[in-house]
Design a protein around this ligand. Structure first.
Ligand SMILES: NC(=O)c1ccc[n+]([C@@H]2O[C@H](COP(=O)([O-])OP(=O)(O)OC[C@H]3O[C@@H](n4cnc5c(N)ncnc54)[C@H](OP(=O)(O)O)[C@@H]3O)[C@@H](O)[C@H]2O)c1
Length: 279
């Protein structure tokens, strides 16, 4: 399979490259293929004619996006739109990654988000990622949009930060009222791999590791598995204000993708695998 990977130096892209290493890969960073440039994207895709594009490029600085609205929109909306236009013209399947931030996050904790539930993003990042999803749906039929959350892997991420803080400090505070599913980039790459091999129906899927937790409980599990004795104190979102408001409930149901026979590890198993490599 000939696969074009955009944003090839990003955290998820590293896991995707490894997962698809047996395939014919065309790897592009922003210098080789800026996804915001429609003309370049169309020319590049029609020249190399990949069977699949896996779009790992995105504007991911959630807080900074509140100020860099135009740039976030260019990369998160126009980028995927351009890829969808080019994919559609060349009979290419487009794989795109989206986020739990497309939801408002105000569901009661007894409920979890399904793919078609009402979208109500609260942040520039979430708004522009939702616009990207919509732009794909408008411009091609042969797409997979995989919504993920709390991603960690080979790059700066929450687990790495907690490991560092846990070793440096005797006590840290972590938000305990935001609920979601951590996702190991290697497991997300594996889900993409399984989905393409199985040729599951096109559409939007929720793809995080299985199970739900809070940042506070996640941190406690990191420290337990890593034998770190640092004390973790729970705080509320209101005590830990950030420029972009985080969703309190971003728990997403994985039923749709599981019904396609895709296997996904729990977030605890995934964390264990990651720590074996990271430590
Ligand atoms: N990280 C999370 O917690 C999380 C959660 C939910 C969803 N997601 C989604 O998961 C996907 C992968 O995230 P990630 O954490 O792997 O992202 P990442 O590490 O920030 O990587 C994004 C990559 O996109 C590249 N890029 C930026 N603008 C570009 C452009 N115009 N053209 C081509 N490439 C460009 C960046 O290059 P430069 O570094 O050179 O700018 C970077 O290598 C994204 O779609 C993200 O929205 C992430």
């Amino acid at each position: 399979m000939k696969i074009l990977i955009t944003g090839a130096n990003g955290m998820l892209a590293k896991a995707v490259k490894e997962m698809f290493k047996e395939e014919e890969l065309i790897l592009t960073d922003v210098a080789e293929l800026d996804i915001t440039n429609l003309e370049k994207v169309e020319e590049f895709v029609s020249n190399c004619k990949p069977e699949v594009i896996i779009n790992c490029a995105a504007y991911t600085a959630v807080d900074k996006a509140e100020e860099e609205v135009d740039l976030a929109r260019k990369i998160n909306k126009e980028g995927p739109r351009n890829l969808a236009i080019a994919a559609n013209k060349n009979g290419t399947i487009l794989v795109h990654i989206s986020t739990d931030y497309v939801f408002g996050g105000d569901l009661s904790l007894e409920e979890i988000y399904k793919e078609d539930d009402k979208k109500a993003p609260n942040t520039v990042y979430g708004i522009t990622k939702l616009e990207g999803e919509e732009a794909i749906c408008e411009n091609t039929a042969n797409y997979y949009i995989f919504r993920t959350a709390w991603l960690y892997g080979d790059g700066n991420n929450f687990v790495r930060t907690m490991l560092r803080l846990g070793r440096e400090k005797e006590e840290i505070t972590v938000v305990a009222d935001q609920h979601g599913s951590p996702t190991y980039a290697v497991d997300l790459a594996d889900i993409i791999h399984q989905a393409l091999k199985k040729k599951i129906p096109y559409g939007i899927y929720h793809t995080t590791n299985l199970g739900y937790t809070t940042w506070y409980e996640f941190t406690k599990e990191i420290f337990k598995k890593a034998n770190i004795s640092c004390l973790v104190r729970p705080v509320t979102s209101e005590e830990f204000v950030r420029p972009a408001k985080r969703p309190k409930n971003s728990m997403m149901s994985k039923d749709k993708i599981l019904q396609e026979g895709i296997t996904i590890p729990t977030w605890e198993e995934a964390l264990g695998k990651y720590l074996e490599i990271e430590m």
